[in-house]
Ligand binder design. Structure first.
Ligand code: 5GP
Ligand code: ZN
Length: 113
């Protein structure tokens, strides 16, 4: 399968890993939009939120549980952070393996651009 995030999971493409377990990988975004910008991905290929099924629910819970753990450990939980899920063209999705952007380390504007 020609998916760069599956290749990152399989270590065919290198990445700066922040956290990894059997279900979830969190790694640094190659083009950071904030002082801290990571991507949290399930270790299962689901292209967008539109294809999510009940059987994926544990991956979603694990993703948020892990994001929470990492952000507490990194000291961003009190100031706060943003989790973003882009879907399809209008939102600017470029990689079709579901991923949560996790942004922190600066004041994040609202609404986003
Ligand atoms: P999207 O636009 O699909 O929501 O986000 C895709 C993200 O993946 C972008 O922020 C982009 O910088 C990041 N990205 C794309 N290719 C790579 C890569 O090979 N390695 C890493 N670490 N990030 C990538
Ligand atoms: Zn994939």
């Amino acid at each position: 399968m020609d998916c760069i995030f599956c290749k990152i999971i399989n270590k065919e493409i290198p990445s700066k890993i922040i956290y990894e377990d059997d279900n979830i990988l969190i790694f640094e975004d190659i083009n950071p939009q904030a002082p801290f910008h990571a991507l949290a991905i399930p270790k299962i290929h689901v292209p967008t939120v539109l294809e999510l099924k009940a059987e994926h629910s544990n991956y979603l819970f694990k993703a948020f549980e892990t994001i929470s753990k990492v952000m507490k450990e990194k000291g961003y939980s009190e100031d706060g952070f943003r989790v973003v899920l882009n879907t399809n063209r209008a939102a600017g999705q470029t990689v079709f393996h579901i991923h949560f952007h996790v942004l922190a380390g600066r004041l994040l504007m609202w609404p986003p651009g």
